[in-house]
Design a protein around this ligand. Structure first.
Ligand SMILES: *[C@@H]1O[C@H](CO)[C@@H](O)[C@H](O)[C@H]1NC(C)=O
Length: 586
């Protein structure tokens, strides 16, 4: 009896082992090419975990060589153009004369790979004209030391790079060079690159081909996707809506990877304009030590021989005021009322090259914590109450207290504030349930307060307060925004848990025509100057302020694309009210 039992269990073990062996065999045969077809669904989508994944668990989750759906190109523009024939003839000729005759077998294939890699390296050094100079630019606090980011690399976190390209081919090769550098530092299978081409009409098409080739060869997971414009007629396009639409599309793989493969990213990096790789790594570090929801760099644009702070449309200091259009050299005058942020604490920290808290920012490359945003259901959105100028009816009459029809990023920031406040209430409610059940349910008072907040924020009367000139902000109204209307908030915003939105002045984003060496000298001084050792420790913000009760709203009330005229007013922002709307209460 005992012997029979033992024999039976031995047979069971043998069958189990044979089963595992068979699975392994199947996997080894179905590497890369047939894994996605094995699951039998749309190869453009992220695939759900299958039996195979469970057996091979413990391997790198973002292994692009193994999972074909991690490297996908969607909607490539195949329309023929002027050079299509010439290019296709050239490719065929090169293949027939220089490649095909020398391919004799499997054993020489590594040489082909080698020649492609060499070609890419050449391309990158040739076109990565800014990236290659990054290490020589002046930055404070040893930011450009080779080993400054080893600890970041060793943590093995996953990073999601989001890009929306709209006819901006002059950045793309440098942005690709930046991605390659980040992949080298953080690991090629620790990144996912989501590149959205929004109806570009320049050479973006060809350059995305190049990106595709480079990322494929490097084994970096990606989705490169081209989508048509929302409207053909530019006068019928509403820019904030386009911004929201394209950003949400660029985030689709982020959500798919979570839903279907339980892959969570540590941070989302939005690449905009040109930013040096080390500046991005520095911003990630600042995001981590502050547990920030969002950390932005600062945009600098060339303007009459100077560099000025750009992206004033979307950026607001912690008092809700617009940034100054400061020159990059304004620090050398050491006057705090000439630097971009208008609030006192922000200006002081900016002057020391330290990160500072803001109400909202986008300014160039920025790093978002998905756990405090996308993963909790926050999406990009825009106002819907705009006037469609192509339609015959009159524009709607706007009341002074109507919602602000500003950029999608401004909506995103307000959503971050409201979500954080709600989280704070939840925590307080949880604590209250445990400790003193009779404590007030909503609108918490001091218990979620965040330290003292200046009750009468300084609002300066700068002459340049509302002059704008960067691309998005080129039509900013010139008049001063009206003062805040007499508005009594039921609960001031300062009682709620604050969102952690930060600007990192050491992360420099630029556009064409900027001399990077000069800009770096303007901003940070010569590379070999004495540095205040103590400052290095001050990257963590000591206090977090609540949201301002009013902010400068610069809105687009009508369609007309990116350059549609903007209106300006000062508008109240009440988290308490927003929460009541969200909770469906009067
Ligand atoms: C404005 O109206 C036109 C014509 O009806 C339409 O095609 C377009 O999509 C509308 N624009 C927006 C942003 O809704």
């Amino acid at each position: 009896m005992a012997i029979a039992l033992r024999r039976r269990s031995l047979i069971r073990i043998a069958i189990f082992l044979a089963g595992v062996a068979l699975f392994r065999f199947l996997i080894s045969r179905s590497t890369s090419t047939s894994v996605s077809s094995f699951y039998g669904s749309d190869p453009e989508q992220i695939q759900k975990h299958g039996v195979l994944d469970l057996v091979t668990r413990g391997e790198k989750s973002l292994d692009a060589r193994k999972h074909k759906f991690l490297q996908v190109r969607v909607g490539r523009d195949e329309r023929p153009d002027l050079f299509s024939d010439t290019i296709s003839d050239g490719i065929t000729d090169y293949w027939e004369r220089f490649q095909k005759p020398f391919i004799t077998g499997h054993d020489t294939s590594y040489m082909d790979a080698q020649s492609v890699l060499m070609a890419i390296e050449q391309l990158l050094t040739m076109n990565g004209w800014v990236t290659s100079k990054c290490a020589t630019l002046s930055r404070p606090f040893g930011q450009n030391n080779e080993d400054a980011y080893d600890d970041l690399a060793s943590q093995g976190h996953l990073y999601y790079i989001g890009m929306v390209v709209h006819s901006a081919d002059h950045f793309l090769t440098d942005q690709l060079a930046v991605i390659v550098q980040l992949a080298r530092r953080l690991g090629t299978s620790n990144l996912f690159v989501s590149m959205l081409d929004y109806e570009s009409s320049d050479s973006t098409e060809t350059l995305t081909d190049l990106c595709e080739a480079v990322l494929t060869l490097l084994g970096v997971p990606y989705r490169i996707r081209r989508v048509p414009g929302m409207t053909l007629d530019p006068t019928a396009a509403y820019y904030p809506l386009e911004e929201a639409h394209t950003r949400n599309l660029a985030l689709e793989p982020l959500h798919e990877l979570l839903e279907k493969r339980s892959i969570r990213f540590h941070r989302v990096i939005w690449l905009k304009g040109f930013t040096c790789p080390n500046d991005i790594l520095e911003t990630i570090k600042i995001s981590m030590v502050n547990e920030a929801a969002m950390v932005c760099g600062m945009d600098w644009a060339e303007h009459n021989g100077f560099f000025i702070f750009s992206d004033r449309w979307r950026t607001r200091d912690i008092n809700g005021d617009q940034f100054r259009q400061s020159k990059s050299s304004s620090l050398s005058s050491s006057l705090l009322n000439t630097v971009p942020p208008r609030d006192t604490v922000g200006a002081q920290r900016y002057a020391k090259h330290l990160p500072f808290q803001v109400f909202c920012c986008e300014s160039g490359t920025h790093v978002v914590d998905p756990e405090q945003s996308y993963y909790v259901g926050i999406e990009y959105r825009a106002g819907t109450n705009f006037h469609n100028a192509t339609l015959p009816h009159d524009p709607p009459k706007h009341k002074p207290e109507d919602e602000c029809l500003d950029s999608t990023q401004a909506y995103f920031c307000r959503d971050l504030w409201v979500w954080k406040a709600k989280e704070g209430i939840k925590d307080v409610d949880d604590d209250a349930a445990e400790e003193t059940p009779k404590r007030q349910k909503r609108a918490p008072q001091e218990e979620v307060g965040v330290g003292p907040r200046d009750p009468t924020p300084q609002r300066g009367g700068d002459a340049d307060a509302n002059a704008g000139s960067d691309y998005d902000a080129s039509d900013l109204p010139l008049s001063d925004p009206p003062p805040a209307s007499e508005q009594r908030l039921t609960a001031p915003n300062s009682v709620f848990l604050p969102a952690r939105i930060i600007v990192n002045p050491r992360c420099v984003t630029t556009y064409a025509g900027v001399s990077h060496t000069q800009l770096a000298l303007d901003l940070f001084g010569p590379p070999d100057r004495e540095e205040d050792e103590e400052l290095k420790g001050q990257d963590v913000l000591p206090d977090w302020e609540g949201a301002p009760d009013t902010f400068v709203c610069q809105e687009q009330q009508t369609t007309g694309g990116r350059r549609a005229p903007k209106n300006q007013r000062r508008l109240g922002f009440s988290i308490h009210e927003e929460l009541e709307v969200a909770l469906g209460q009067p």
